[in-house]
Write a protein that binds this ligand. Structure first.
Ligand SMILES: [Zn+2]
Length: 220
């Protein structure tokens, strides 16, 4: 079996995302890139509704492996409908080792209201600055994939208008962490601007925090 570790990690991460409430039913998905290959879960099969042996993302064997052009290498089932989104991001962002896509509540609510998540908290530095909202396009379309790549540009996260959220990272753990922080940030902004006009942090401060975060965790 190709990419056994990546496929196993996807199974575990799908279960974690489901438990965390960041995804609902079969909505949302994640992928891992290793060289020219991408491991992606199969299309919309509910983990919770199926016995473990039939749940499409419950075994590493059923997680597909594809090339960056989408051709199947080892893929027993149809891929997630957002395959074009995942592949477009990997082609545009060689440093990305994993992509996490969710329909988490606060991020999705905000994606219907604003064009960016501004610097309401210094955590935006984690994503490279204010998080942009990609214009709406039909799910699974190349158009949506293009919008997402554009909104991600020099960022590690974006929202998809009237749809959800995307985060990327060097590996799955990093991309998953970011999806949790992004949801928190969206919740903060949603609450703050529901109550008034939030103060924003200046770009210079976000740059200071970005430098601090770059060193975070590396010191004893
Ligand atoms: Zn989606």
């Amino acid at each position: 079996m190709l990419l056994p570790d990546a496929r196993e990690a996807i199974v575990t991460a799908c279960q974690e995302l489901s438990r965390s409430g960041l995804v609902v039913g079969t909505a949302g998905n994640l992928s891992v890139r290793a060289g020219d290959l991408v491991a992606v879960p199969p299309r919309g099969v509910r983990d919770a509704a199926l016995p473990p042996e039939h749940s499409a993302s419950a075994t590493p064997e059923l997680v597909g492996v594809r090339r960056l052009d989408g051709t199947a290498v080892e893929a027993p089932l149809a891929p997630t409908s957002e395959l074009p989104l995942h592949l477009a991001i990997y082609r545009a962002r060689p440093e990305a080792g994993a992509v996490v896509h969710t329909h988490s509540l606060a991020a999705t609510a905000l994606s219907t209201l604003v064009t960016e998540v501004p610097a309401v908290h210094y955590y935006v530095a984690m994503f490279g600055g204010p998080v942009l909202v990609a214009p709406y396009a039909t799910y699974g379309s190349e158009e949506l994939a293009g919008h997402a790549v554009h909104a991600l540009r020099d960022r590690t996260a974006c929202l998809l208008g009237n749809h959800g959220a995307v985060t990327i990272g060097p590996d799955l753990a990093a991309a998953q962490d970011k999806s949790v922080y992004l949801e928190w940030l969206c919740e903060v902004y949603l609450r703050a601007f529901s109550a008034g006009t939030p103060r924003l942090l200046p770009p210079a401060e976000i740059a200071v925090v970005a430098r601090k975060l770059a060193g975070y965790g590396q010191r004893a």
